[in-house]
Design a protein around this ligand. Sequence first.
Ligand SMILES: *Cc1c(COP(=O)(O)O)cnc(C)c1O
Length: 358
Amino acid sequence: MPRPIAAKLNLSALNHNLNIVRQHVGTSKIWSVVKANAYGHGLARVWPGLAATDGFALLDLNEAVLLREQGWQGPILLLEGFFQPPDLALVDHYRLTTTVHSDWQLEAIRAARLDAPLNIYLKLNSGMNRLGFPSEQAEAVWQWANSLSNVAEVTLMSHFANADNHIGAGEQFARIQHVSEHISAARCFANSAAILRHPETHYDWVRPGIILYGASPSGDIADIAALGLRPVMSLHSEIIALQTLSVGHSVGYGSHYCASEPHRIGVVACGYADGYPRLAPGGTPIRVDGVLTHTVGAVSMDMLTVDLTPCPQAGVGSKVEVWGEHLPIDNVAAAAGTVGYELMCALAGRVPVTVQRS
Ligand SMILES: *Cc1c(COP(=O)(O)O)cnc(C)c1O
């Protein structure tokens, strides 16, 4: 028997979530963001669940080539653009839409010998201060891009730093609107959080990532419950051993947890080498035999330990849901001081994955 841990991916949940996003954004077109190997789900496994999208956005050229080789003929957007001028040969050959965030990229496009002009996304820095032209240069850069015979369509793009929190997208959005007032181009601004909370930013194209996978951009599960989004990934394991602790007994490395009354604990075949966050403190939620309980003690490489007080019937072989259908990944992430994004992306290669289509 293999070790009893496995991740299940529900492709119909992916398709369901895409439909919900589509209803929510009306006529805006959708770039389904599948960077980072589809947020850890496996690009090759899950893209068919999103085949009704208008385009795929990612940032690794290899992932773009993989999508083409697997038969996707629609648009593909490179979110960080190309990394060196020679990459343009691939961008041209595979008909990729590239983000352009710096002068050198426009200059490289100007100088390249291409089969056909490229569609580009002109990235404007409206306050995130990572990628993008200074927003006050918007008009000049747009004119430059438009003047190049190697450039076909130009779309304006920007990215919000605070669409998921109380600061909001207002200030960045106002800046971008102001500097692009006289630019007649399509616009693409909204990530998941802006899709949910700032409908005025939707425009021509939106870029949902995390909500397609059924998790929240803010960590607040109210976000996803309100729309009826469904989790795509469920991580399951089993209890492989039991211990009964007496008062004063501790468990695991560092003996962080110490029993204040006698109780049973279960040892689960899941540890940080599977992608479970090592820093998740005791008290992190987990489900055993369909019952909500919590971890106790430190997370090890291959195991973690759970309190079986709420589930006295549980024994060796009892099913454990680490996160997924009945336990939002956001709740596990919040307890561990991180975000659902990181947990998904960290799912380890050693965890077997099964794909459910219905
Ligand atoms: C990752 C990313 C997104 C998607 O973000 P979510 O919060 O997962 O919706 C959108 N746009 C850009 C530029 C990104 O890098």
